[in-house]
Design a protein around this ligand. Structure first.
Ligand code: NAG
Ligand code: NAG
Ligand code: NAG
Ligand code: NAG
Ligand code: NAG
Ligand code: NAG
Ligand code: NAG
Ligand code: NAG
Ligand code: NAG
Ligand code: NAG
Ligand code: NAG
Length: 649
């Protein structure tokens, strides 16, 4: 039976591509295959998926980014100063805000207002808050969620002060608005009686409900957007995020643990101080909540920057190798071990399920990065880790085979290859892994189509602008690339689009997989998200051979099987000038058998999903049709240019 689809780019109809799919004879497919790449790139973590609503909640600072009062606003004529009081809240959080009445204060209340991370979503739900106070005060505090644009107060609560002189005292509260605010232009306000004089505040926190109700957890809507992708792995805690720049502040796992008051924070890689509220345990819980495998990245002695001292010598690196063993003991060790006991003390008796450790991030970045990584940095980690944890899969970050370990043993290292390019170039890379090592596997830890096509097929030019949003032609080229990877599921561990998130109110990098604001109704799932969603939700255990009377291009495909008779055929059409008819037969599938064909399309290659004037524009269309196998058991259907399709039987 022939099913016709509306075609977008049709000049005629070519003769059919005939494909015979065998039942056996292929290769096992990596169970990881589709995964996640995320890091706190301009407020994707703090201000993003990490659900804390208060911006600059604890006045964390460093040499690189000194503590600031931004974006706090005084109310009632209050006067703010940052202070390192003689009694700090904690060693980690020495700096607090002093809120004092000024000559401008009327005799009512004074306080402090926080605009959130470019707004606060207010809904009828429970918000969990807390703050710490230093200074004697007998009155009450008032906490509220208010509109920034009108006089509306959505929730307000008085709580009696428990504060005392010479002591930091925590106050906890819950706010439950009875109605939703019309938009996210809302603020949080904390006030007290001006007659109290000056009080110091620190760690002022407010959380909405989180994913799986985790305390200190993640935004549910953004977690759902990740879960929709059916991911299998997650590289934590990111790529460049682990490195630190010329100020030499690499990510330190052991300073991201425990109560928030014990986390000093650190200067991140994207121009601001990170709270580290999203710490190692939170990343691991995130993996648990999405049932995905962590790929733990550890710093391998390369700072970002071109100074002479941005690579550690072997002697300087040795303590970091020890530190990695400590971190692995924290994650994997028995409760009787030093760091296993630390884990247990934090409430996690059972070890986490960790199988992959990546040594650094793009350590081939500089000339001396690549050479030192190949000569000593990778092997120091490989040797030390595999001696203690021979079952761990160790991944080099060089993206090639310049640094390998364990050849010929049962734990050969893998490598993490990254690519940012243009649509045409991606399509030419369909066969990239056909001859790749099956022993030293590849993780495609970052990929994205970031620029448009030129007259010639070339890769990215970092001196030119990138596209603001993933385009449809880019997403289709990523589909072709992904099918090439799936065909080599025995050589490739998996792939993850990067970056995962874009905070539309402060971003440094586009295009991104998921874009968001404080208002969940404005979340944009990119064209690339649609493609990954379709491909990742149609997994199979093993590839199977496909015999065809046509070469690849403009159609690219892969076929796989899970249970006998249960096939998955995936195809993407790139550069077709006319409709592409298919006739696909699966071994053992007879006339009358049913199949389901899902087809993604968009109005044209340059269209993209976006947020325009606060409204989500979604150009991707998904058509799902039931097909019935005709004579000889073949499924016949037709696709147009820039279609991405999956047929399952
Ligand atoms: C299985 O792997 C072999 C060896 O790498 C390769 O030649 C063959 O094309 C693969 N088969 C399928 C169906 O992917
Ligand atoms: C607090 O102490 C830190 C660390 O010594 C210092 O860098 C910072 O400037 C101090 N802040 C204030 C407000 O005194
Ligand atoms: C009082 O208000 C004036 C006008 O808004 C402002 O310029 C001044 O800085 C305020 N003084 C204090 C101590 O807050
Ligand atoms: C504050 O209260 C005192 C005493 O009642 C009064 O003298 C003063 O005028 C008040 N100030 C303002 C700004 O209202
Ligand atoms: C509401 O907040 C958003 C995000 O900060 C901002 O872009 C917008 O201008 C605000 N709207 C108004 C009317 O102030
Ligand atoms: C974290 O580990 C480093 C290296 O072992 C150590 O210097 C530092 O004091 C530790 N920090 C905490 C908070 O334990
Ligand atoms: C797609 O078509 C364009 C225009 O004919 C051509 O320049 C480009 O090389 C083609 N790309 C691929 C991957 O076939
Ligand atoms: C893989 O190897 C085959 C046989 O040597 C060769 O024909 C083909 O061009 C190679 N493919 C790639 C992508 O290098
Ligand atoms: C990234 O975030 C920092 C801190 O909020 C901000 O100063 C910087 O301008 C942001 N970068 C971009 C490109 O928006
Ligand atoms: C597919 O199999 C059928 C039946 O054996 C055969 O007639 C046909 O030629 C095959 N097609 C290709 C492309 O090999
Ligand atoms: C395919 O994988 C699933 C889930 O991993 C497993 O239950 C099933 O037995 C596998 N089927 C085959 C044919 O290997």
């Amino acid at each position: 039976m022939l099913r016709l689809f509306p075609l977008i780019f049709v000049a005629g109809i070519a003769s059919a591509i005939n494909l015979n799919v065998s039942a056996t004879g292929g290769n096992a497919s990596s169970p990881l295959m589709y995964g996640l790449m995320f890091e706190d790139i301009n407020h994707s973590g703090d201000g993003g998926i990490y659900a804390e609503l208060i911006q600059n909640r604890a006045f964390q600072g460093s040499t690189e980014y000194p503590s600031t009062l931004e974006p706090w606003v005084p109310t009632g004529g209050a006067f703010f100063t940052l202070q390192n009081t003689s009694i700090p809240l904690s060693k980690a959080l020495p700096t607090s805000i002093s809120v004092a009445p000024s000559s401008n204060s009327t005799n009512g209340t004074i306080g402090l207002l926080n605009p959130g991370w470019w707004g606060i979503e207010v809904k009828p739900q429970k918000y969990t808050g807390s703050f710490w106070v230093l200074g004697a005060y007998k009155g009450k505090f008032t906490v509220s969620l208010q509109s920034d644009l009108a006089d509306d107060v959505f929730a307000s609560l008085d709580l009696p002060s428990k504060s005392e002189s010479g002591k930091w005292v925590e106050h906890k509260f819950e706010l439950e608005p009875s109605v939703a605010a019309p938009n996210s232009n809302n603020t949080f306000i904390l006030e007290f009686d001006a007659s109290a004089g000056a009080l110091n505040f620190n760690l002022i926190s407010l959380f909405p409900p989180t994913y799986n109700d985790r305390p200190n957890g993640n935004r549910p809507d953004l977690m759902d957007a990740l879960k929709d992708l059916n991911p299998s792995f997650f590289r934590i805690p990111g790529g460049n995020n682990i490195e630190g720049d010329s100020y030499h502040y690499p990510w330190r796992w052991n300073e991201t643990l425990g109560p928030l008051a014990e986390r000093p924070g650190r200067p991140g890689t994207w121009g601001y101080e990170n709270t580290d509220g999203l710490g190692l345990v939170e990343y691991l819980n995130w993996c648990t909540d999405l049932s995905i495998t962590p790929v733990l990245a550890v710093w391998a002695g390369m700072y970002l920057g071109d100074e002479a001292d941005h690579i550690l010598t072997a002697a300087e690196l040795a303590p970091w190798v020890d530190d990695t063993l400590d971190e692995l003991e924290f994650i994997l060790g028995p409760s009787s071990s030093t760091f296993g006991a630390l884990r247990t003390s934090l409430g996690y008796r059972e070890p986490w399920d960790l199988k992959y450790v990546e040594i650094g991030n793009e350590d081939n970045l500089y000339d001396n990065g690549a050479s030192t990584y190949a000569s000593y940095r990778f092997s120091m980690f490989y040797d030390a880790i595999s001696a203690v944890y021979p079952e761990l899969n160790i991944v080099s970050s060089a993206g090639d085979y310049s640094a390998v370990g364990g050849s010929g043993t049962n734990n050969p290292s893998s490598t993490d290859f990254h690519i940012y390019t243009r649509p045409d170039y991606f399509v030419t890379q369909f066969g990239k892994f056909d001859n790749a090592s099956r022993e030293h596997k590849t993780l495609v830890g970052e990929y994205a189509c970031v620029q448009g096509n030129l007259d010639e097929v070339v890769g990215v030019d970092w001196d030119l602008p990138r596209v603001p949003w993933p385009t449809w032609v880019g997403a289709v080229s990523e589909a072709v690339w992904s099918l090439g990877i799936e065909r080599n599921g025995d050589a490739v561990l998996g792939m993850s689009y990067a970056p995962g998130f874009q905070n539309l109110d402060s971003y440094e990098w586009a295009p991104d997989l998921i874009s968001f604001t404080a208002d969940p109704s404005q979340t944009v799932l990119s064209t690339s998200h649609y493609v990954i969603n379709l491909l990742s939700n149609n997994r199979y255990n093993a590839t199977v051979p496909v015999v065809s009377d046509s070469d690849f291009g403009p159609a690219y495909w892969v076929a796989g099987v899970s249970e006998p008779g249960s096939y998955t055929f995936k195809t993407a059409i790139y550069n077709a000038t006319e409709a592409v008819p298919f006739s696909v037969s699966f071994e053992g599938v007879d006339e009358g058998a049913k199949g389901t064909l899902s087809v993604l399309s968009a109005p044209d290659g340059l269209s993209n999903n976006a947020l325009e004037d606060g409204v989500v524009v979604d150009v991707v269309k998904k058509d799902v049709k039931e097909l019935v196998a005709g004579v000889g058991g073949s499924f016949e259907f037709e696709l147009g240019n820039y279609n991405v399709a999956v047929l399952t039987t």
